[in-house]
Write a protein that binds this ligand. Structure first.
Ligand SMILES: [Zn+2]
Length: 99
């Protein structure tokens, strides 16, 4: 019984409510099926200050509180979280957290 007519697919853009499992995210862009627009995309990475970054700021301020050492995490991408953005619809798909 494979009769499921009357159900139109893709008729309502923006109503893409199908659950798409998001694979383990990393620092690097990943090939993913966007859960929002349904496009198969390679994510764009945006770096944001995360918990790890702020801990680094505090630690550096404690132990090397001279110069502007504690500001290093603001400029070092590897200290930051990686936010994965869909280049097609511009929505945030997921976030790789350092901590
Ligand atoms: Zn998208």
């Amino acid at each position: 019984m494979a009769e499921e007519e009357g159900y139109e697919q893709g008729a309502q853009p923006g109503q893409f409510a199908q659950y798409v499992p998001i694979p383990e995210l990393d620092q690097a862009p990943v090939n993913i099926l966007c859960p929002y627009c349904g496009a198969n995309v390679v994510t764009t990475i945006r770096r944001e200050m995360g918990t790890f970054s702020w801990i680094m700021v505090v630690l550096l301020a404690f132990f090397g509180g001279y110069c502007c050492l504690c500001l290093i995490p603001f400029f070092v991408d590897s200290c930051k979280d990686a936010v994965h953005i869909c280049p097609n619809c511009g929505k945030q798909i997921g976030r790789y957290k350092k901590m």
